[in-house]
Design a protein around this ligand. Structure first.
Ligand SMILES: *[C@@H]1O[C@H](CO)[C@@H](O)[C@H](O)[C@H]1NC(C)=O
Ligand SMILES: *[C@@H]1O[C@H](CO)[C@@H](O)[C@H](O)[C@H]1NC(C)=O
Ligand SMILES: *[C@@H]1O[C@H](CO)[C@@H](O)[C@H](O)[C@H]1NC(C)=O
Ligand SMILES: *[C@@H]1O[C@H](CO)[C@@H](O)[C@H](O)[C@H]1NC(C)=O
Ligand SMILES: *[C@@H]1O[C@H](CO)[C@@H](O)[C@H](O)[C@H]1NC(C)=O
Ligand SMILES: *[C@@H]1O[C@H](CO)[C@@H](O)[C@H](O)[C@H]1NC(C)=O
Ligand SMILES: *[C@@H]1O[C@H](CO)[C@@H](O)[C@H](O)[C@H]1NC(C)=O
Ligand SMILES: *[C@@H]1O[C@H](CO)[C@@H](O)[C@H](O)[C@H]1NC(C)=O
Ligand SMILES: *[C@@H]1O[C@H](CO)[C@@H](O)[C@H](O)[C@H]1NC(C)=O
Ligand SMILES: *[C@@H]1O[C@H](CO)[C@@H](O)[C@H](O)[C@H]1NC(C)=O
Ligand SMILES: *[C@@H]1O[C@H](CO)[C@@H](O)[C@H](O)[C@H]1NC(C)=O
Ligand SMILES: *[C@@H]1O[C@H](CO)[C@@H](O)[C@H](O)[C@H]1NC(C)=O
Length: 559
């Protein structure tokens, strides 16, 4: 019973796609290109707020790279040598931790000339303890690619990197196998330790005592013409919601398999979910064979429960975004002339899609048989792609040398919608921790927030009331005071005093106080009263909405 309850609690939080965070863990998998050419392993860190301090720690050497406090919207890049790649099936400390004092986003890039692949490194708060291992069978995948290979060729297996995300011991159980045989191993991971294993095409489940990051990778997934492509796919934790999931399928990537991963039986439909037409499936499987004319009908897969769906095509494993993970705003980093973005939006809302502050000027194609359309965006610099009132899906794309389009989900800056762009922090009223006089409050709020609260409209007063909940009644300073000479009230930031909310009988005579406070009472009346400026109250600080603004600066992070 306890186990059931715990599981229910663990999953009830729901999965977030928000890529912002202050703590991340990742590692670089093996890239077979090494044998041919120079490979790159790099991190691209985007700061979102002013004065952000970032540290990158290589756990194996303990080397720490600190960035001087970066401005908001700066991209810090950090190259790693070939040594950073983990190619062994063993325990190691080849994990890399990224921490910051304010929200940042992190992209991991691997590749070599002409073959860059970016992957969003999920912030720690998006990691969980339970993951399903997809039963990817390379032999079947190769067959679906129609590769003409000798029958005696054996393929490399897919690999899993399990990285402990906590600074403590973590016990990880890997249940693995199918009807023909099962194995169960428990491994102990030290702080931020990593374990890499091969998977042979059987289903499995990872259950850890604390959060882990799990990366599915293959050093060399066949593309065409005897070429291959390293793939990296950070597994999303087990989704357990019982709601219908809908996945628009961008067929521009090519579709050779549609692989569902789940630990439960599920029902699936092509097109909108309809129980009567659904097909019951017992386990993780490629569902493409269930829909023989998939490409000429609705490019939408719906399932009756939350599952993971991967699109597999030569050189590519793409985690498809269900519409429940569509977001208000994405950040896309265009690395080269071959990079771009694939945007999926409701057909009726495509005109509202914006890039930075401009309407997105692209050709939209309907996703056959669905209410969605898609467009490819090409640009030279980083940008935001967002919609003021309908959530959209965005993948980063990269045209590889063989003209194959590679991709992965873009950085979700905020899942919520906002009229004005990519909202990073909503408007807030905050009560300072300590009591202090009015002038110190003024200073405190302008140091830590935007300003001491200014309530020059009923709407501002209402927002303060909504934002602040009090257990103990207390007095808080606001930015209103009166002139010693004229005794006129004025706001510290000089906006007009065209709204007041005085308590009955207030304000008192000027000699009783030249500053204004708000009575923060649990009943939330929040009326104002005058008070002596040297008396000690807690400051009521305010910060306005903050939007993402790219400053167009890229810096090499030096160690
Ligand atoms: C940091 O990011 C999280 C989402 O990951 C968000 O909920 C939070 O509000 C952000 N904090 C700030 C100060 O922007
Ligand atoms: C750690 O940093 C030092 C100095 O920057 C460098 O000489 C050394 O090679 C680094 N070690 C590793 C394992 O990266
Ligand atoms: C870092 O990687 C980039 C690939 O984007 C490459 O152009 C650059 O020369 C590398 N820098 C170093 C110092 O190796
Ligand atoms: C990782 O680092 C820790 C602390 O230095 C050490 O105890 C552990 O043995 C290392 N693990 C591996 C696999 O080297
Ligand atoms: C796969 O290859 C066979 C022959 O090698 C060919 O007959 C068949 O049309 C190919 N299928 C596809 C989908 O290309
Ligand atoms: C595979 O078979 C071919 C001939 O059928 C042979 O030349 C080749 O050496 C074999 N490869 C391996 C790895 O056994
Ligand atoms: C894959 O490995 C597991 C665990 O070792 C084993 O139980 C299972 O039978 C293997 N499957 C195949 C097809 O080899
Ligand atoms: C993978 O597919 C091949 C060919 O279909 C099959 O022989 C093999 O048993 C499969 N392996 C697993 C683990 O299912
Ligand atoms: C969409 O449908 C049109 C006509 O129905 C067809 O010409 C086109 O090839 C289809 N597109 C895809 C991606 O299947
Ligand atoms: C594969 O190679 C052939 C011959 O060199 C070329 O014509 C074809 O375009 C290549 N295919 C791809 C997808 O690059
Ligand atoms: C109140 O004052 C502000 C700022 O001085 C001004 O923009 C606003 O129009 C005024 N509102 C009314 C109702 O007078
Ligand atoms: C970022 O900095 C610019 C000035 O450099 C400022 O106008 C903007 O509001 C800042 N954005 C955030 C989110 O702090």
């Amino acid at each position: 019973m306890l186990a059931v309850l715990l599981t229910a609690l663990m999953f009830s939080q729901g999965l977030s796609m928000d890529s912002r965070g202050t703590s991340f863990i990742t590692a670089f998998p093996e890239n077979v290109a090494f044998y041919f050419q120079k490979t790159y392993n790099l991190l691209k860190i985007t700061t979102l707020h002013p004065n952000t301090a970032v540290s990158v720690i290589e756990m194996a050497s303990g080397n720490i790279t600190n960035s001087a406090a970066g401005n908001n919207g700066t991209i810090l890049t950090l190259n790693f040598s070939k040594d950073a790649e983990e190619y062994q099936f063993a325990f190691s400390n080849k994990s890399i931790r990224i921490t910051s004092d304010k929200n940042i986003t992190v992209l991991s890039m691997s590749g070599w000339e002409g073959r860059f692949q970016s992957r969003v490194v999920q912030p720690d708060q998006n990691l969980r303890t339970v993951y399903q291992i997809p039963a990817l069978n390379y032999t079947k995948i190769a067959a679906s690619f129609n590769l003409s290979v000798a029958s005696n060729v054996t393929f490399l297996n897919f690999r899993l990197m399990i990285i402990n995300a906590v600074d403590g011991d973590n016990s990880v159980t890997i249940k693995y196998g199918d009807g023909s045989g099962q194995s169960q191993d428990t491994i102990a991971l030290g702080p931020f330790e990593l374990f890499q294993m091969q998977i042979n095409g059987s289903e499995g489940e990872i259950t850890a005592t604390d959060e882990v990051a799990v990366i599915l990778t293959h050093p060399c997934l066949d593309t065409v013409n005897c070429s291959c492509n390293m793939v990296v796919n950070q597994l999303k934790p087990q989704v357990s919601d019982r709601k219908v999931a809908r996945f628009p399928v961008p067929s521009i990537f090519g579709v050779k398999q549609l692989f569902v991963t789940t630990n439960q039986a599920f029902k699936v439909c092509q097109g909108v979910f309809n129980d009567a037409n659904s097909i019951q499936v017992q386990k993780s499987v490629d569902i493409l064979p269930l829909f023989p004319n998939f490409l000429s009908s609705a490019l939408l897969i719906s399932t009756n429960i939350g599952v993971s769906l991967r699109l597999i095509s030569p050189g590519l494993i793409l985690d498809l975004m269900p519409t429940s993970m569509f977001s208000g705003c994405f950040l896309v980093d265009f690395n080269s002339s071959r990079s771009g973005a694939l945007v999926i939006a409701n057909t009726s809302s495509t005109t509202g899609v914006k890039m930075n502050d401009q309407p997105l000027n692209v050709i939209w194609y309907p996703l056959n048989g669905t209410e969605y359309s898609w467009a490819l965006v090409e640009a030279q610099v980083i940008g935001t792609i967002w919609h003021p009132n309908t959530k959209i899906g965005v993948y980063m794309t990269q045209r590889l040398d063989s003209n194959i389009i590679y991709g992965s989900q873009a950085v979700a800056l905020n899942m919520d919608l906002d009229q004005n762009g990519c909202l990073l922090t909503p408007e807030i009223f905050v009560l300072g921790q300590d009591s202090m006089n009015w002038s110190m409050s003024l200073q405190y709020c302008s140091d830590k927030y935007d300003q001491l609260a200014t309530l020059n409209a009923k709407s501002a007063q209402d927002k303060m009331v909504l934002n602040m909940s009090l257990i103990q009644p207390t007095l808080g300073w606001i930015g209103l005071r009166r002139s010693l000479f004229t005794t006129e009230w004025y706001w510290s930031n000089n906006v007009n005093v065209n709204f007041t909310f005085w308590e009955l009988g207030q304000p008192d005579k000027p000699e009783k106080g030249l500053c204004a406070s708000v009575a923060l009472d649990p009943s939330k009346k929040f009326t104002w009263q005058s008070a002596r400026c040297c008396s000690e109250n807690k400051p009521v600080c305010y910060s306005g909405q903050k939007y993402f603004i790219y400053s167009r600066t890229t810096k090499q992070m030096l160690s």
